[in-house]
Design a protein around this ligand. Structure first.
Ligand code: ADP
Ligand code: MG
Length: 348
């Protein structure tokens, strides 16, 4: 994490709305030929030939989606972009532009909003997207940030949620559950800090978890890896709400069932050790934790040799007929119906 070097506190009203927009956006460089006009007119102008457009938007509200007592504004800006790009990659597309709308109260200084935009800028450069517009308005109390991402893909490359077929393999990228545990660790430290403001948190044992919560990366790399391997998933979704709920979206929309194997779910060692410490079941956390921003997809069995051994990809189960239902097969071989909250066995 990077501290804000600039300690001055400039009131937003000193700049005015146009001064602020200009100040925030002046250093963003246009990277795409498809961006004909970015910030500065009534609307951005994009030219996308022979492709289909992908458009997605997310709204983040202070106190609901983020807590500024442990989420630095720079990280918030970065994460807000990632959340949107992840949805474009989940369609097997390339993200090319974003718009950013913010509502800020006078509690925020210019320096604070600059930090937010530093995070957005970092994300735009790292993921090669252009900032092409937005809106700026005031709010009575908290901060709201809404980002819209625009992407493109050839018609034949786009992957939907409703096209998984029985016998397809269920594949997940990366590992699961870390972002949720990162949040638990940060909330615990916040409570400690509230009791003892002189306490210095030691997060070394949780570095991966905290990083996954505060600085998630959208899986742009997977879109390229799949293309290079010549694998087109039969269905795909990003894991923002937990594995369980996303698998159920694919099953419901594709009208199929699935068997997911508990022993196959990829977990980082820090997830396993922290679950033990917090007395949590790591499978439940992977199934229901959320905010992992990994991709979940299905592939036809004949493509298995192409992905076999790839360190980014884990086969965790397979698609079945709808009549089979959506099931978790536990390490003990027990079959449990998946629910959006996790699995039935854990509900009282
Ligand atoms: P309008 O009055 O048409 O809504 P604005 O004055 O709000 O236009 O915005 C002027 C320009 O600045 C537009 O190109 C708009 O997209 C862009 N813009 C406004 N707010 C932001 C922001 N927070 N981030 C990036 N671009 C912005
Ligand atoms: Mg406006």
């Amino acid at each position: 994490m990077i501290e804000n070097k600039n300690q001055s506190r400039t009131s937003l009203s000193e700049l005015g709305e146009f001064g602020l927009i200009n100040h925030l956006t002046q250093n963003f460089k246009i990277q795409h030929k498809t961006t004909i006009k970015g910030v500065g007119d009534d609307a951005a102008v994009l030219e996308i030939k022979n492709k289909q457009l992908l458009v997605t938007t997310d709204l983040l509200v202070e106190g609901v989606h983020f807590d500024l007592s442990y989420m630095p504004l720079k990280h918030l800006g970065y994460k807000a972009v990632m959340v949107n790009l992840s949805d474009i990659y989940a369609m097997n597309g390339i993200a090319s532009q974003i718009t950013v709308s913010i509502a800020v109260s006078n509690r925020f200084t210019l320096e604070a909003i600059e930090e937010l935009y530093e995070g957005i800028h970092l994300a735009c450069n790292a993921y090669n997207v252009d900032l092409v517009g937005g809106d700026t308005t005031s709010s009575t109390t908290g901060l709201l940030i809404s980002i819209t991402a625009i992407g493109e893909a050839k018609k034949e490359d786009i992957v939907y949620r409703n096209t998984a077929k029985p016998n397809d393999l269920l594949v997940v990228t990366g590992d699961l559950g870390a972002a949720y545990l990162g949040l638990q660790v940060l909330e615990r430290e916040k409570r400690v800090f509230e009791v003892n403001p002189n306490s210095q948190p030691d997060l070394t044992d949780y570095s991966y978890l905290v990083e996954r919560q505060l600085k998630p990366e959208a899986r742009k790399d997977i879109v390229k890896i799949l293309k290079d391997l010549d694998v087109k998933p039969t269905a795909m979704i990003d894991i923002s709400d937990g594995l369980s709920s996303e698998i159920l979206h694919i099953c419901t929309q594709s009208k199929v069932g699935c068997n997911l194997y508990e022993e196959k779910i990829p977990l980082d060692p820090q997830v396993i050790s922290t679950c033990e410490e917090f007395d949590l079941n790591s499978t439940t956390i992977a199934l229901s934790g959320g905010e992992d921003y990994e991709l979940l997809f299905t592939i036809s069995q004949e493509d298995f040799p192409k992905i076999k051994g790839n360190p980014h990809l884990t086969v965790i189960g397979h698609i079945a007929d709808e009549s089979v239902g959506a099931n978790l097969i536990t390490r003990a071989g027990q079959q449990i119906t998946l629910t959006a909250q996790g699995w039935n066995a854990l509900r009282d």
